[in-house]
Design a protein around this ligand. Structure first.
Ligand code: MN
Length: 192
């Protein structure tokens, strides 16, 4: 089974002015689609040739893992964004309040972790096995799917996510990334 590049749930211009169409065309059209194509080449003739993406992310190693996890992480990233502002569910709001104190404190914490993260990787809001919210960080292609926690929200902090629009200004990218969050999608990642 060959993997396909997800359809973006909005137009490539839709995230402007915070994330430009040029960034989306490179990030989605070159980087994300490149991971899909590489994965499809690598799995031919292997045990992952006909496996679902999430299975491959959970079990593969080396280049197959790296490309599969990057496909998974990017799918997740684009789904976390929306040009149409919306609100977290009552359930997610109360968990954020319980585990961080308030939405403002959560925002400050996740932006601080994301700003300070060294190198290329991903920042996550996850639900741990004991039902608590936590901020997680994974390097390169690594993903919470491998760490027995449930991902709710992610931010791509690879330079390719913001360099065209913000150059080395990761903090400015993060402030504007926050404005695009799709709280409906994020809330729906909580187990029912
Ligand atoms: Mn990326």
């Amino acid at each position: 089974m060959q993997h396909t590049l997800m359809q973006l749930p909005y137009a490539q211009t839709a995230l402007e002015p915070y994330i430009s169409a040029e960034t989306v065309s490179y990030h989605y059209g070159k980087h994300h689609s490149g991971y899909v194509n590489k994965l499809n080449g690598l799995i031919v003739g292997t045990e992952y040739a006909d496996k679902a993406l999430e299975y491959t992310v959970k079990h593969a190693d080396g280049p197959i893992f790296n490309n599969a996890a990057q496909v998974y992480n990017h799918d997740f990233y684009w789904n976390c964004l929306t040009p149409v502002p919306n609100n977290p569910s009552t359930k997610l709001s109360s968990l954020i309040q319980r585990d961080f104190g308030s939405m403002e404190v959560f925002k400050e914490k996740i932006l601080t972790v994301a700003t300070g993260f060294f190198g290329s990787g991903w920042i996550w809001l996850v639900l741990t096995k004991d039902g608590k919210l936590a901020i997680d960080q994974t390097s390169n292609a690594d993903t919470p799917v491998r760490h027995d926690v449930i991902p709710l929200l992610t931010c791509d902090v690879w330079e390719h996510a913001y360099y065209i629009d913000y150059r080395n200004g990761r903090a400015d990218y993060l402030e504007n990334w926050w404005k695009l969050l799709n709280w409906e999608f994020i809330s729906n990642n909580l187990p029912k």
